[in-house]
Design a protein around this ligand. Structure first.
Ligand code: GAP
Length: 429
């Protein structure tokens, strides 16, 4: 984790939030490479959930909603964590975080003197308006409620019929007691969710729940996440969220232990019933409250686990390990980097710039580097996961071919400059 977080800061993936003022616990900023990685994850997710299907439409709803939404959804009461307070120094930690409790007790020579657990609501309050008393509202604690309150609007505007889903990506906020493990537990984070509406039926509910479990697990594997580092974990009855009839997490084997980064939830009719919403079948005329199967992934955790999973140290070719980020090219911040073999040879730089600009026009995320020697440039691109490096050398001036080096194998091949775009497009498709 130390290696990953140091690299993430040094190379511009993730910076501590408000760093020049000493940071702010639980908030992170994504740098030039981090925003590309996150956007690529979101793009791939949207492609698979919305563009790749006929039964799911997208939505983008407000972060701040009428506070009644959160009372009706049960979050003002139930989005809560148990908290204990150290009677010696008054520090508060999650009652279920054994590691944090032990670590804190070490600060008091191993002595623990804690209060009884008290629940602590995680919704973040905001105050709106200019006249006192200001109007109290909440930053959304999950992006989900915006989908439910627009259930009727989506049906009326699209005429979509059950079974169907609504997909959304957006920020959520939780006043976490102990943010930590880098971006894993933050106070501001981004979610990618589908709420899938079905006709209430036990068997169908079971089938759709299992279907989405499989779909979501396969999606992570299809983007290169190591299967052995992934598992499902069913929630015990006592740990289930207040809205869930049934819940399974997808967990990743992180350096800090198996950790949830997506939840598949069978929400039954909990939400639509509370919001007094129902569905009228346009064909049969039947009216009922649909059931909801939800897939809820965290983009920050997904980005972190893709980085951890891709981090590779290879000592097979030299005593100094070669470090590279073996990201799926579709997720890599830069697809290609272009260099002139020597930065002080004008004709090489000119041809390399032309090659770079023509690729950048079509592939967008293309890097240029003319610093240091070629070995250092490869090292630098490997570390951030750039799958291919193009070098313009003296032979390029004669026959208009360049070398293309593969990040994972370090092998090179010669490709004609006018075939480069289709070469990369084929590899990315
Ligand atoms: N709508 C359902 C819902 O919000 P959740 O299991 O509470 O379910 C879904 O959250 C996902 O959101 C988690 O699997 C995780 O990836 C992400 N998430 C939740 N709390 C988070 C936090 N404090 N920091 C980063 N990501 C978080």
């Amino acid at each position: 984790m130390e290696k990953i977080s140091a690299m993430a800061k040094r190379r511009g993936f993730v910076f501590p939030g408000s760093e020049i003022y000493g940071g702010f616990s639980g908030f992170w900023d994504y740098g030039p490479l981090g925003v590309e990685l996150k956007n690529n994850i979101k793009r791939e997710w949207w492609k698979s959930m919305v563009y790749g299907r006929e039964d799911i439409v997208g939505l983008d709803t407000a972060i701040i909603m009428n506070p009644k939404v959160w009372e009706v959804s049960g979050h003002t009461k139930a989005l809560a964590d148990p908290l204990v307070e150290c009677k010696i120094c008054h520090k508060r930690v999650r009652a279920d975080d054994e590691e944090a409790i032990k670590k804190h007790e070490e600060e008091h020579e191993g002595k623990g003197n804690w209060t009884e657990p008290k629940t602590f609501n995680l919704l973040t309050e905001v105050y709106l308006g200019t006249t006192e008393p200001k109007e109290k509202a909440y930053l959304r604690g999950e992006i989900t409620q915006g989908v439910f309150v627009n259930f009727k609007n989506v049906i009326d505007s699209t005429r979509i019929k059950i079974p169907f889903g609504i997909a959304q990506i957006g920020k959520a906020f939780r006043n976490e007691i102990t943010p930590g493990n880098f971006t894993f537990r933050s106070r501001e984070f981004e979610q990618m969710e589908v709420e899938y509406f079905i006709k209430p039926d036990e068997k169908e509910g079971e089938r759709v729940f299992e279907y989405w479990k499989e779909q979501r697990m396969n999606w992570y594997v299809s983007l290169g996440m190591n299967k052995e580092s992934l598992r499902f974990r069913d929630h015990e009855e006592s740990k289930k969220a207040h809205y869930a009839r049934k819940a399974t997490d997808i967990e990743y084997k992180a350096p800090f232990g198996w950790s949830e980064f997506e939840g598949i939830h069978h929400r039954g009719d909990y939400d639509l019933k509370n919001h007094k919403l129902s569905y009228k079948d346009p064909d049969s005329g039947d009216e009922y409250t649909p059931w909801v199967i939800e897939t809820s992934g965290g983009i920050d955790r997904t980005a972190l686990f893709f980085m951890i999973d891709a981090y590779t140290e290879d000592s097979s070719t030299s005593s100094e390990p070669r470090v590279y980020l073996k990201l799926n090219p579709r997720l890599a911040p830069y697809k290609v980097a272009v260099f002139p073999l020597l930065a002080n040879k004008e004709e090489l730089v000119k041809k390399a710039r032309e090659t770079y600009l023509s690729l950048k026009l079509k592939l967008f995320s293309v890097a240029w580097d003319a610093r240091g020697n070629i070995g250092k440039r490869y090292f630098s691109q490997d570390e951030i996961g750039t799958p291919w490096c193009v070098t313009v050398d003296f032979q390029s001036l004669e026959d208009s071919t360049v070398t293309v080096r593969n990040r994972d194998t370090a092998k090179q091949e010669r490709v004609a400059v006018d075939k480069l775009l289709s070469y990369f497009q084929n590899k990315l498709s």
